[in-house]
Design a protein around this ligand. Structure first.
Ligand SMILES: [Zn+2]
Ligand SMILES: [Zn+2]
Length: 173
């Protein structure tokens, strides 16, 4: 993957200087292998906050904003959601670049790689249930018509949803 300048943070000036800090405002690309549950990043990510040198390493305190494409939970139409996540993560010096990666975030060669942090912050930020509108009538459970667009002929058949699941259940003869 081609690293843009916004994909990594150059932090050589902050390492081993506890108390030093720098404002952070970058527009990183979404990590290549990002897999979000039922959502897709459609706009630039933005990470704004501060990188602070502390005794144990470098502390990133920032707000991540993203634009996601999700689906309405009722009618499945595509929606755009802006999400925001607060990030507070400590990066420590990578002990040995040839060793197995340690748990947690590390920096090496004066550079912080933001991919893991972006991934970990975005996954829980995806809304669990988005609606195109609070009143969205959803899809007809019988014929699948989107009731936002059209009425269908099934509408007078009232099926008690408590029993709907049982209708598909047939005991073997
Ligand atoms: Zn909807
Ligand atoms: Zn219908």
């Amino acid at each position: 993957m081609l690293m843009t300048d916004d994909q990594v943070l150059r932090v050589a000036d902050l390492i081993d200087r506890p108390g030093a800090s720098r404002r952070l405002d970058v527009l990183p690309a979404a990590p290549d292998d990002l897999q979000l549950p039922l959502a897709e990043v459609t706009g630039p990510l933005r990470l704004r906050g501060v990188v602070e040198s502390v005794v144990d390493g470098l502390l990133v305190r920032a707000t991540l904003t993203a634009q996601l494409r999700v689906s309405c939970a009722r009618c499945l139409v595509a929606l755009t959601e802006r999400v925001e996540a607060d990030v507070v993560e400590l990066f420590t010096a990578a002990a040995d670049p040839d060793a197995d990666p340690e748990p947690g975030y590390t920096y090496a060669d004066g550079v912080l790689d933001l991919d893991a942090l972006l991934r970990d912050a975005l996954v829980p930020a995806v809304p669990l249930r988005s609606l195109c509108s609070e009143e969205c009538p959803g899809l007809c459970p019988q014929c699948g018509t989107n009731r936002n667009d059209a009425a269908c002929d099934c509408s007078d058949t009232i099926t008690d949803s408590r029993w709907a699941a049982l209708e598909g259940l047939r005991l073997p003869d």
